[in-house]
Design a binder for this molecule. Structure first.
Ligand SMILES: O=C(O)CCC(=O)C(=O)O
Length: 197
């Protein structure tokens, strides 16, 4: 399995344009990651508590998009993404754009690791450069969507430390692996709309 050394990659616009994603290291401190976990533990989905609202409004999200996309974006949605221990919780190949219709401009996803995430507990696997192909066909697979054509290549696993974020284009083809460890895997996904009205 290919594993990106992406914690050391420069989170620059050219990397984002070339690969379709960048890693922004240590966006949250370990203490802040634990606070986000605690804020979600007190939450009853889909109610957005004041604490979650404050985390959504944190200026670091928009600030991390500016160097990549030239402007900061407008918040669209967020979700705590958990993977149960020792479970086949793979998410099939898909583009996030298949889930959300962006009227104009583009959608970008910030996936924040609330604990270390690697190939053992469900890292994201990316198809480098696939964002340039534009929208592809998806079909329902259980309660998620999957790309109709499975890519020939396994893609690149993107390991993240606690508090690191991977920022990726909603056109990037990606999947996520199963959690083969004995502990829960948690990540926080935020999406922003860039450009357009
Ligand atoms: O790892 C997960 O929980 C799924 C993440 C994913 O595919 C996504 O955020 O689009």
């Amino acid at each position: 399995m290919k594993i990106a050394t992406s914690r050391h990659v420069d989170p620059s616009r050219s990397t984002y344009e070339r690969d379709g994603w960048v890693v922004a290291p240590a966006v949250l401190t370990p203490g802040e990651s634990e606070s986000v976990i605690a804020a979600h533990a007190q939450r009853q989905w889909p109610i957005v508590t004041d604490e979650i609202r404050e985390w959504i409004a944190d200026e670091r999200w928009v600030a991390s998009l500016e160097p990549l996309l030239g402007n900061g974006g407008r918040f669209v949605r967020e979700q705590l993404l958990t993977k149960a221990p020792n479970a086949d919780t793979r998410v099939p190949w898909h583009q996030d754009a298949a889930y959300v219709e962006a009227a104009a401009g583009a959608l970008v996803t910030i996936f924040v690791a609330l604990e270390p995430i690697d190939e053992h507990n469900g890292c994201l696997r990316m198809q480098r450069g696939s964002h340039r192909q534009g929208p592809i066909e998806h079909r329902p697979s259980g309660y998620v969507l999957e790309a109709v054509e499975t890519p020939a290549d396994d893609g690149v696993c993107v390991p993240l430390g606690q508090g690191d974020a991977v920022i990726f284009s909603s056109s990037l083809l990606h999947q996520s692996l199963a959690n083969r460890t004995a502990t829960l895997r948690r990540a926080w996904m935020l999406q922003f709309h860039i450009g357009g009205e």
